[in-house]
Design a protein around this ligand. Structure first.
Ligand code: SF4
Length: 336
């Protein structure tokens, strides 16, 4: 298997997202009996053509509940895998299977097995940004919204292995005060664009702005951690799931909002509350993998039925159990 840095990651190109394209996408989707799902970090043209937008868990639930026989998942690979895990009888397509995730890639199933062997009897908690193989080695998955509740539900005398996001792990450790929580040193490359100094500086420069943090994708878990450290005034910080963020945008009295997350999220917020000045904490916080789902890639997926996502049935069954446990505990978030 080539590593991410060895792969050619040049996106499919040469297609403008104009009305002719949109018509063709809609026609082909009807022909394939396909529902189009787009993650919030997709480019605006993909978000606008989709039947549903949301975060990965919300979209996976929609995939499972949909009547359509084919799911076209415009997002990164682990998300399409999660949809396949929850909807194994459906055909799941991702417009470009090379769209990986640096956070999900920071731990493999073999590495997790080796870590488990060092801590026999430990309970494994994995963030949803993991591959199906890693989820299959996991006891309970979590989102950033219910990570603290998931860990708190585990008997205090049990060791916990938390992977792969080190910032979410540090946040959970601080909140639970748990000494027997071990944290894997994984991270998302986008978070580097949302550092503490920049967050504090932007908050000071815009003293009347609210600060929205949407950490569901891993790109902003560093902001979640920094907010807890007191890097920005607590009363202005709102940590929100996608659905709550759009509701908060409609309800806030602030006229400007700083948004600490991947820049794609701004599109949905501006649509929800056009009168508010939404600004990214860092304009460079953009996920190149998400942006590989281009208009050309979507057209190719619908024309060729590619790339199809497969998860081995035994792996899917084990992974489904850890995802289901996640959904049962606390408030996993995932609202559209
Ligand atoms: S923003 Fe980060 S965590 Fe989200 S898909 Fe991209 S690399 Fe993965």
């Amino acid at each position: 298997m080539p590593t991410m840095s060895q792969l050619d990651l040049t996106p499919y190109g040469g297609v403008e997202p104009d009305e002719v394209w949109a018509e063709e996408v809609r026609r082909l989707a009807r022909e394939r009996d396909a529902v189009l799902l787009a993650h919030n970090y997709q480019i605006p043209a993909i978000q606008d053509i989709a039947d549903h937008t949301g975060d990965s868990l919300a979209l996976s639930r929609i995939a499972a509940a949909s009547d359509a026989s084919t799911i076209v998942f415009c997002g990164v690979h682990f998300m399409a895998e999660t949809a396949k895990i929850l909807a194994p009888e459906k055909t799941v397509l991702i417009p470009d299977a090379r769209a990986g995730c640096s956070l999900a890639d920071s731990i493999t199933a073999a590495e997790l097995r080796a870590w488990k062997a060092e801590h026999p009897g430990a309970v494994v908690v994995s963030y949803v940004n993991t591959t199906a193989d890693v989820k299959a080695e996991t006891d309970i998955c979590c989102t950033s919204s219910n990570a603290v509740d998931v860990v708190a539900s585990i008997p205090a005398d049990k060791e916990v292995l938390f992977c792969p996001d080190q910032f979410l792990g540090a946040h959970v450790k601080r909140k639970t005060g748990r000494e027997n929580l071990h944290i894997w040193a994984g991270e998302c490359h986008v978070h580097a664009g949302i550092n503490g100094a920049e967050l504090a500086e932007r908050a000071a420069a815009h003293p009347d702005s609210d600060l929205f943090i949407h950490p569901e994708c891993g790109c902003a878990t560093s902001a979640l951690y920094l907010a807890g450290e007191g890097a920005v005034p607590a009363e202005r910080v709102k940590i929100l799931s996608t659905g709550d963020m759009v509701t908060a945008a409609r309800d806030t009295s602030a006229t400007s909002v700083l948004v600490a997350t991947e820049v794609g999220m701004l599109h949905q917020l501006r649509k929800a509350a056009p009168e508010i000045d939404f600004r990214a904490v860092n304009d460079r916080a953009s996920c190149r993998f998400m942006k590989m789902i281009t208009p050309a890639a979507l057209l190719r997926a619908l024309r060729e039925g590619a790339d199809e996502v497969h998860v081995a049935p035994d792996v899917a069954a084990k992974a489904r159990a850890s995802v289901r446990r996640m959904i049962e505990i606390g408030k996993p978030g995932g609202g559209e």
